[in-house]
Ligand binder design. Structure first.
Ligand SMILES: NC(=O)c1ccc[n+]([C@@H]2O[C@H](COP(=O)([O-])OP(=O)(O)OC[C@H]3O[C@@H](n4cnc5c(N)ncnc54)[C@H](OP(=O)(O)O)[C@@H]3O)[C@@H](O)[C@H]2O)c1
Length: 260
């Protein structure tokens, strides 16, 4: 693949699984962002085993802090010599847990959820735009079914994801002629810290391992998805494969899966 990729929220859960799979696919430079530097370093270590030739950049930063966003961009562009191919806006905040009703949400928590889940993807996309235009790159925004269903207590998170979906489509429409594709992916229910904190009474064993939902993210980062933009793909459905992969690629992929 030979690409430069930045993943927000690369310290655990889906972001960690994506980092490992992008490395496995031969990603050249992988920047992973999160607040927990120790956790990022552990992921860096895992990547070094999977793909020693991948250069990992760990960036400890809080996406809700504007100066941190500036630093993420500066450090990444300096490392990649201005060439970022793929931006994955994956990190998310729920706000307080147990999840409060909107009436009980503090103003501060609501703002922080929007900063992390919506404003940070906006600012990062905007600041990386010259580089993404140069590379005819790909932006992948991680959404949720909470963007479409009015689940009580998911108000802050759901509102942020609904706005992220719309922002994805508008970026896609505005950047189409420049060759930058912008899509969102709903990864579906996964067994991660975020989901366990949101629904502590449910059995996390019923949810997917994040490592099993990465195919669509690999596809969207690859040149195979050139021209696919403004879409909302479901990682755990095979619909996207039938819709976007050529019959030839689909056959190869199905054959590989049967041998796994
Ligand atoms: N799990 C599910 O069932 C599910 C379903 C639908 C959609 N999603 C979406 O999938 C994506 C990944 O979530 P996940 O389930 O993998 O959650 P997770 O395991 O809790 O990971 C969340 C990541 O976001 C980072 N993060 C959170 N707030 C941050 C901030 N202010 N600054 C920097 N990094 C921050 C965390 O890093 P640090 O803690 O190190 O900061 C962590 O790496 C999210 O967009 C989520 O909305 C998840």
């Amino acid at each position: 693949m030979g690409k430069s990729i930045l993943i927000t929220g690369g310290s655990q859960g889906l972001g960690r699984a994506l980092a490992i799979d992008y490395a496995r696919e031969g990603c050249k430079i992988l920047a992973i962002v999160g607040r927990n530097l120790d956790a990022l370093r552990k992921v860096e270590e895992e990547i070094s085993h999977v793909s020693p030739e991948t250069e990992t950049l760990t960036i400890s930063a809080d996406l809700a802090v504007p100066q941190d966003l500036e630093r993420i961009v500066a450090v990444t562009l300096s490392k990649t010599l201005g060439n970022l191919d793929v931006l994955v806006n994956n990190a998310s905040s729920l706000g307080a847990t147990p999840l409060p009703l909107l009436a009980d949400f503090t103003d501060g928590d609501f703002v922080k959820v929007l900063q992390t889940n919506l404003i940070a993807p906006f600012v990062l996309t905007k600041k990386f735009l010259p580089s993404l235009i140069e590379s005819m790159g790909s932006v992948i925004n991680v959404t949720s079914d909470a963007s479409r269903n009015a689940y009580p207590r998911w108000g802050g998170y759901g509102a942020s994801k609904a706005a992220l979906d719309m922002m994805t489509r508008i970026w896609a429409a505005e950047l189409n002629e420049l060759g930058v594709r912008v899509n969102s992916v709903d990864p579906g229910d996964m067994n991660t810290a975020l989901h366990r904190a949101a629904e502590p009474d449910l059995d996390p064993k019923l949810w997917a391992d994040p490592a099993d939902v990465t195919d669509v993210f690999v596809y969207l980062a690859s040149d195979e998805s050139a021209g696919v933009t403004g879409k909302r793909l479901l990682a755990q459905s095979r619909e996207w494969m039938a819709q976007f992969l050529s019959p030839h690629r689909l056959t190869i992929r199905n054959r590989a899966r049967r041998h796994e």
